[in-house]
Design a protein around this ligand. Structure first.
Ligand code: DX5
Ligand code: ZN
Length: 269
């Protein structure tokens, strides 16, 4: 049977003390450390149209248009931002950690680093993260429609464990081919919030996906991520999730060890 894995999300930790925060979580009973790797929409804007995110350019333009009353340039920039948001909607409006941080952290711990990639081109990060010492590499199915086979192979060849994540709006059927492939993913991460930030509200309607997956694949690792804590764990555990990511509920608790053991007991029941 599948084992419970409790994975505190380091996104809620004090990044300035990452090494001691990870140690604190391991001492509190954590099995894995969940590392959220995100590249921001802002960076994408910088790449596609550097002027649109240059405050000096935008301010000069706004000032010039203030005198004319015609907000043409500013309007174009806002539309551009909207188009980019639409085109790259699987991007998240946040920027967290990357391979250099994983590499530094690896020098302080042998723990399983469960990396969750919220980026458009996960394949670009396979080698850097593998070399940095990541343990699990979970990419989003929305970003990898055409190259997941190659992606899984490369993740494995770098000694990492491949996983696939799906956003709340993505149908569960999208991950079946990856679980049933000749070189399959070893974990499915069902997002229970829109990816981007910690501290959001759990979406119970995602439990249908977990139930369907558990029924279809009795020995698959199924991870849930977003809004998990003492008040939501029962729903996730009874649906069949066994890998539990928890950020704010663990880090916000006076006794993280109590929350971690509560989560574990619910899964193991
Ligand atoms: C959200 C991240 C989560 C997040 C969970 O994009 O993938 O891992 O840190 O945080 P909580 O548990 O606070 O919802
Ligand atoms: Zn995550």
């Amino acid at each position: 049977e599948v084992k419970a894995k409790i994975a505190p999300s380091m996104l809620s930790s004090d990044f300035a003390n990452l090494a001691s925060e990870t140690q604190r979580m391991l001492n509190s009973g954590a099995d894995w450390l969940h590392m959220d790797i995100m590249v921001s929409l802002f960076f994408l804007c910088c790449y596609l149209c550097p002027e649109s995110v240059n405050p000096e350019v935008v301010a000069t333009l706004a000032y010039a248009e203030l005198t004319t009353g015609h907000w043409v340039g500013i309007r174009i920039i806002v539309q551009l931002w909207k188009v980019m948001l639409y085109l790259f909607r699987h991007f998240v409006p946040n920027l967290t950690i990357g391979a250099p941080v994983i590499e530094s952290l690896r020098k302080h711990t042998t723990a399983y680093l469960d990396c969750h990639l919220m980026v458009t081109n996960p394949i670009d990060y396979v080698e850097p993260l593998g070399k940095a010492g990541a343990s699990g590499f979970t990419f989003h199915v929305e970003t990898s429609k055409d190259n997941w086979q190659e992606l899984i192979q490369r993740i494995k060849s770098l000694g990492m464990r491949p996983g696939v994540a799906l956003k709340p709006g993505t149908p569960i059927g999208d991950v079946y081919p990856l679980v049933e492939a000749e070189a399959p993913v070893e974990m499915v991460l069902v997002m229970t919030v829109e990816p981007g930030f910690g501290g959001q509200k759990f979406m119970p309607e995602m439990m249908d996906k977990v139930r369907i997956l558990r029924k279809k694949y009795p020995s698959l690792d199924i991870e849930v991520d977003g809004g998990l804590g003492p008040s939501t764990i029962e729903m996730a555990a009874s649906a069949g999730a066994n890998c539990i990511v928890a950020g704010s509920s663990v880090f916000g608790a006076p006794e993280p060890a109590e929350v971690i053991s509560l989560l574990r007991n619910s899964v193991q029941k």
